[in-house]
Write a protein that binds this ligand. Structure first.
Ligand SMILES: [Fe+2]
Ligand SMILES: [Fe+2]
Length: 270
């Protein structure tokens, strides 16, 4: 943290497999992650958030390979799970001190006066996501306990539609419950997510909703049917100073694109 500015990197949809050489839609995801890590380290973020679909096949061996690959990330990494993840296998590798239960993986922490709430929208056996009653209660309790702290919420599945039919069918199924809960707590600044394998940003109320590209293959931003594109993978960097924030997309080919501020971001109209 420099001069009261917090720096965080969101990487998403890593889709790692135990076998580095097994291609997925023409990509080798371990190679992509290996290329991304020096870029992340050069930015010296205070921490990173890996927002789900950490692996592609729910297997413990894939999590072990992910752990090896992430060993060279210098910043602490916080995890959330997506539809290709498995809570038991994840816990066995990344939370060895915990009982390897299939309970949702949630985390709350605070840095420089900003609270971060990481939710688990995984619905076992499904591609779409949902926040169960325990998650919603946990979120309500966390937000009620710290009404004065600017708060950032992360989950895997998109809570607002992106107008890509097949992906919207696989988004957060109980988004109305989630959105109405958030609306009762004015301190929420940003909701970050993955799953859509493309960059999307909406302003809804006072909250910035932001989906991030994958560190793997991307999904078409125009096709209404599933279509993979080989656009350059990217991750997002945020800088946070109190209630203000800025963000950039960092593409693996070296392009860095600053994103418009919240006031220049399209408003989501219901
Ligand atoms: Fe994904
Ligand atoms: Fe996903």
């Amino acid at each position: 943290m420099t001069g009261g500015t917090l720096s965080l990197v969101q990487i998403s949809d890593l889709h790692i497999l135990a076998d580095d050489d097994r291609p997925q839609h023409g990509t080798r995801t371990a190679e992509i992650l290996r290329q991304a890590i020096p870029l992340v380290n050069a930015l010296r973020p205070d921490f990173a958030i890996a927002s789900g679909d950490l692996v592609s096949d729910e297997s413990e061996d894939s999590y072990r390979r992910l752990e090896e690959l992430l060993a060279s990330v210098e910043a602490p990494v916080h995890f959330l799970l997506g539809n290709h993840d498995n809570r038991v296998a994840f816990r066995r590798v990344f939370r060895p001190a915990e009982i390897p239960s299939s309970e949702p993986v949630c985390e709350a922490f605070e840095r420089a006066g900003v609270r971060f709430l990481l939710l688990d929208s995984l619905l076992p056996g499904k591609e779409e996501g949902s926040l169960g009653p325990h998650q919603l209660r946990w979120l309500e309790t966390e937000l009620s306990a710290h009404p004065d702290r600017p708060t950032w919420v992360f989950l895997h599945h998109q809570p607002l539609p992106i107008y890509i039919r097949w992906l919207d069918q696989l988004g957060l199924q109980n988004r109305e419950q989630f959105l109405s809960l958030l609306a009762r707590h004015r301190q929420v600044r940003v909701v970050g997510y993955g799953h859509i394998h493309q960059a999307r940003r909406w302003r809804y109320g006072d909250v910035l909703f932001a989906g991030v590209p994958a560190l793997a293959f991307q999904f078409s931003t125009v096709s209404q049917e599933p279509r993979i594109t080989l656009e350059t993978p990217a991750f997002r960097r945020f800088e946070i100073s109190g209630t203000q924030h800025r963000s950039w997309l960092h593409f693996l080919d070296g392009r860095v694109v600053q994103e418009p501020g919240p006031l220049a971001t399209p408003i989501y109209v219901r």
